[in-house]
Design a protein around this ligand. Structure first.
Ligand code: FAD
Length: 486
């Protein structure tokens, strides 16, 4: 294969976890690879920065790496040797309630069940079948739509996953505690919980918590792209930052091009190289709701009413299942609920390098309608204060980002959508458009590898890995050339 200065086997546009994973997989396959990144540093949704005060290191986007630690591709790479260390909490989730102790998802199923009263048996039998072979389960769950390697286990999953989270939780559990825990996990889908398949994420996240509790990366999420970057360079790959690609003319000659971008950028950058029918279909892609996020520099730990909450990497603030369902449904209809469902992460509780001695960082966001500019600071802080009286007195400084800030920060966050687009039944496996191989486009030299392809949002690199396999399979057919029409 070729490899002289301005000609590459593969050019990857964008260096998020999927772009870097694609580049690593291509380089492992013997390709010469160039990665072009618009920002001054690599990482996309996995950067870490001092957003509030000196010495407080905040994850700008992703914080807790449930899918990262379980990613079959990441697990196959020597990322630890390149500086990545996962820090695993005792509990993945704390779900505080108004008038009782918080519901906890501990690593141990039995400890978790001890807090679920009459639903203990039902919860145990829900997660147990997937814990015998978690690698097999997550290998199938994090792949594109294909015949699963473990069909019996996957069928068992599918029969549960296909239900709306509300129907499933109300059928499966009798009491408010298990229902709230399940709803909090399912709400990561950023969908109304009465939609088909919203039980899927509830299940996946619940199971994950008993395999490798939802971890953070030591030193910040940016340890993930740093490790991938080092590995890529070791494999001979090249990275150029500060290069925002806007047209094919800016791309060096290559055999194949992989876009770690949103579908709308794929369309606008390569419109001359893609047929109009495909461009129209990309134009119909739905991005969905966005996020409003706060980062705090704190004078000490969050004063949770139930101190167990400090043991969890993630705290779901939203009360009962009914409250979460109502809030997320309203948000999906374009409203801003007074009591939003809030995802809060406590990285510095697990990783002392994130804040100066005696201090803590805080991280929380809620879902908001796409393009929203409403300031949700008060609503989010009220939700924290509700379960942690005195919280506001601990705030030394705060930093906020609305949907416009997110889109400016990363062009992939269209309208502030943070996970690559709506992951409902119509777009989960057929993202960005329905094709047998969703990573390909009608131009055989152009591929898409971002979170807008299966298996979708999250830091796992699997979109990049699968796209790279598609590209490697076709690469030899082409000579390096500029990106041109089919
Ligand atoms: C607030 C927030 C919280 C999140 N929390 C979590 C979490 O806790 N856990 C988790 O697993 N996931 C989380 N996510 C989602 C996760 O960050 C994304 O799903 C993931 O980063 C997607 O990876 P990607 O490689 O597809 O794209 P991205 O990470 O978005 O990277 C794309 C890269 O491409 C670059 N780029 C785009 N267009 C161009 C261009 N034209 N030219 C050159 N470069 C370009 C961008 O600058 C960017 O660096 C969160 C996201 C946000 C915003």
């Amino acid at each position: 294969m070729s490899g002289h200065r301005e000609t590459f086997d593969a050019v990857v546009i964008g260096s998020g976890p999927n772009g870097l994973s694609a580049a690593v997989a291509l380089a492992q396959g013997g390709a010469s690879v160039l990665v072009l990144e618009a920002a001054d540093e690599t990482g996309g949704g996995t950067r870490t920065a001092e957003l509030t005060l000196p010495g407080f290191r905040h994850d700008v986007c992703s914080a807790v790496h449930t899918t990262g630690i379980l990613s079959p591709f990441f697990r196959s790479l020597p990322l630890e040797e390149h500086g990545l260390r996962w820090i695993v909490p005792r509990a993945s989730v704390a779900h505080p309630l108004d008038d009782q102790p918080a519901v906890m998802s501990w690593r141990s199923v039995e400890e978790t069940c001890a807090g679920l009263g009459a639903d203990a048996r039902s919860y145990r039998s829900l997660v147990a079948p997937f814990l015998d072979n978690p690698e097999g389960f997550f290998g199938d769950a994090l792949g594109p739509l294909a015949w699963p390697r473990h069909p019996a286990m996957f069928a068992q999953f599918g029969l549960k996953a296909m239900w709306p989270a509300t129907t499933f939780a109300n059928w499966r559990f009798q009491q408010s505690r298990a229902k709230a825990l399940f709803a909090g996990c399912a709400a990561h889908s950023i969908l109304p919980l009465n939609k088909m398949f919203t039980a899927a994420l509830g299940l996946i996240f619940s199971i994950a918590g008993h395999v490798d509790p939802w971890p953070v990366a030591e030193g910040g999420s940016q340890a993930i792209p740093r490790a991938l970057e080092r590995l890529l360079r070791e494999l001979g790959g090249e990275i150029r930052t500060g290069v925002r690609v806007t047209s094919p003319a800016e791309l060096p000659a290559a055999r194949v091009y992989l876009f770690d971008t949103s579908p709308d950028q794929l369309a606008s950058i390569s419109k001359s190289a893609l047929p109009s029918g495909y461009l129209r279909r990309l134009g119909r892609y739905r991005y969905g709701p966005g996020a409003f996020k706060l980062d705090w520099a704190l004078d000490g730990p969050i004063p949770w009413r139930d101190p167990n909450c400090l043991q969890a990497s993630t705290v779901h603030l939203g009360g009962t299942i009914d409250e979460i369902v109502a809030g997320e449904a309203a948000m999906f209809r374009g409203k801003h609920p007074e009591r939003p469902y809030v995802l809060l992460c406590q990285q510095s509780q697990l990783d002392s390098s994130r804040a100066p001695d005696g201090k803590q960082t805080g991280y929380a966001y809620c879902h908001v309608p796409g393009g929203s500019t409403v300031d949700m600071t008060e609503a989010i802080e009220k939700q924290v204060e509700r379960f942690a009286p005195g919280f506001k007195d601990r705030i030394l400084a705060r930093h906020s980002m609305n949907t416009h800030d997110f889109h400016r920060y990363n062009p992939n966050y269209v309208g502030g959508a943070i996970t690559g687009g709506v992951a409902d039944v119509f777009q989960l496996f057929t993202r960005p458009v329905a094709r047998l191989d969703p990573y390909t486009t009608p131009n055989p030299r152009v591929f898409i590898c971002s979170a807008s392809t299966p298996p979708g949002g999250g830091v796992h690199g699997m979109c990049g890995y699968h796209a790279a396999q598609s590209a490697l399979g076709r690469m030899e057919r082409f000579e390096p050339a500029p990106l041109s029409p089919v």
